[in-house]
Write a protein that binds this ligand. Sequence first.
Ligand SMILES: *Cc1c(COP(=O)(O)O)cnc(C)c1O
Length: 368
Amino acid sequence: MPLIDHVPAHIRAIAPYQPGKPISELARELGLEEAGIIKLASNENPLGMSPLARAAMESALADLALYPDGNGYALKAALSRKLGVALDQIVLGNGSNDVLELAARVFLGPGVSAVYSRHAFAVYPLVIQACGATGIETSAKDFGHDLRAMLAAIRADTRLVFIANPNNPTGTLLENRELADFLAAVPEQVAVVLDEAYVEYLDEARRSPSLDWLASFPNLILTRTFSKAYGLAGLRVGYAVARSEVADMLNRLRQPFNVNSPALAAATAALDDLNFLVESKRVNDTGMAQLCEGFVRQGLEWIPSHGNFVAVRVGDAGRIFQALLKRGVIVRPVGNYAMPEYLRVSVGLPAQNARFLAMLAETLGLPG
Ligand SMILES: *Cc1c(COP(=O)(O)O)cnc(C)c1O
């Protein structure tokens, strides 16, 4: 039998993650200048990165001949101070995707199941499947997580639940009360991963006291990232915070040098750059308002979002996506999230948002 036929069925069945189209690729395809293309497709920070992070990364280049600190001590110490958790509660990842996968590999395998919601982040079903576990997809409520349905879906063999709050690609946010009740009701043998990749974009008042919940819920795992508000998507740094006994299990599976030294240095410095974070949120708030006002003018429906992106209903999203590409605008069709009529657009700088809105109007034959 050929080699490929010996690959386990659960691996052959994986549908690969579809990343946003890089600017360089579209430029090649269309013969356009890269400078003439805007990409609002991967929820990247339109401000770039913090200057402090850049300086720290540049200094770290001098030591690239050496292995990184496998414990990530400096970054963990900075996170520990900022979050008020112990060092041994933190698991560093090559992006938070890495820690999502570590959580899956710790708790899942053939014969057990994990629950996630329809329209939730595409990485959850991927990592569940990669472990050979059974994914249980629950129906959504107003495009967001239906926590009652998720609770009801938990079976005797369920070991993990994934929740994104805010969720990508819908931008939906759960009420704190609802989430706390859910955590209290989940059986102790089921881990709950609460993915807070966009938490920095929330107003203080809307943030859940998720770090405090760790004291009451030993099965809770929080994940966060430096890819979005901190503007370091290309460096790949994220982390999980959990009770120390849970973090210990994830750390056992973690590759010792999964976060490289420029990334460790940049992330540590980024934590200190409060101005950059405040500015990132301000630019996002105004850009989100700009996009939504545009949708109102164009008579388009959208899903109110708490992230740095918004899903707008355009009809045949695949066709509109292609038409926008021809005009040098890259956004993200979300048909693979069972939302074939929606495009997800990341919030850009004012001029980028304006150009996207103008090109969208042109494509749809609407007044700008
Ligand atoms: C972007 C995103 C992440 C972060 O991915 P990284 O691997 O940290 O770049 C995690 N979860 C969700 C829901 C996201 O949208």
